[in-house]
Ligand binder design. Structure first.
Ligand SMILES: CC(C)(COP(=O)(O)OP(=O)(O)OC[C@H]1O[C@@H](n2cnc3c(N)ncnc32)[C@H](O)[C@@H]1OP(=O)(O)O)[C@@H](O)C(=O)NCCC(=O)NCCS
Length: 172
């Protein structure tokens, strides 16, 4: 595929308020809930870029840098930073805002890899990404190294998976 697209064409912003049912015993947002938000927004960015169905191939580690309290606004931003043949790296930034004081904190950063699928359900080609701003260029230039790291990790996971059984965990 020779088509190319700008990072900003995949840009997604999602803001919501943290409600008590989404919090743990400390009154802060559940990590799992935040991970679901991250996966969700990354999927939208990937579909905006590829205009195809996508699946999450991997999520790099998510470091929870700052707690997000009930009543805070949580704002996620995502865009495609790098592309392969069928895979896209998506950068997600999570910022919390105390709506009473205006204090804002970066709570998490994450990189995910989404793969575009064709109508046959197999990985399908996508447009190349074109970075423009300093932030986009810096993320694009560092992406190859992250992709190499993921390749090594995938091989390691596949090898490790062969050493585990699939029996039911509750069998006697
Ligand atoms: C991801 C998936 C589509 C890859 O399919 P595959 O038949 O193994 O295809 P390939 O090995 O050719 O990989 C296709 C692309 O995905 C990339 N990829 C595959 N696994 C990856 C991983 N773990 N991390 C990063 N990239 C990965 C490959 O590098 C390749 O990229 P490229 O086309 O840009 O060069 C397949 O493994 C899958 O369906 N996994 C389950 C996804 C899912 O269900 N996600 C939801 C979570 S429950």
């Amino acid at each position: 595929m020779s088509e190319s697209k700008f990072c900003k064409e995949s840009y997604v912003v999602k803001t919501s308020i943290v409600q008590p049912p989404d919090t743990n015993g400390h009154g802060t947002l559940f990590g799992g809930k935040l991970m679901a938000y991250i996966d969700d927004i990354a999927g939208i960015a990937a579909m905006r870029h590829s205009r195809k169905a996508v699946v999450t191939a991997s999520t790099d580690s998510v470091d929870f840098l700052h707690p997000i309290y009930a009543g805070n606004a949580v704002c996620l931003e995502a865009f495609v930073t790098y592309t392969g043949r069928s895979s896209m790296e998506i950068f997600v930034k999570v910022i919390s805002e105390d709506l009473l004081t205006g204090d804002r904190n970066i709570c998490a950063l994450s990189f995910l890899t989404m793969v575009a699928l064709g109508e046959d359900g197999k990985p399908a080609p996508i447009p190349k990404i074109v970075p423009v701003t300093d932030e986009e260029m810096s993320l694009y230039e560092s992406a190859k190294e992250r992709a190499e790291h993921r390749k090594r990790r995938r091989k390691d996971s596949e090898k490790r998976a062969q050493s585990f059984g699939t029996e039911l965990p509750w069998r006697e």
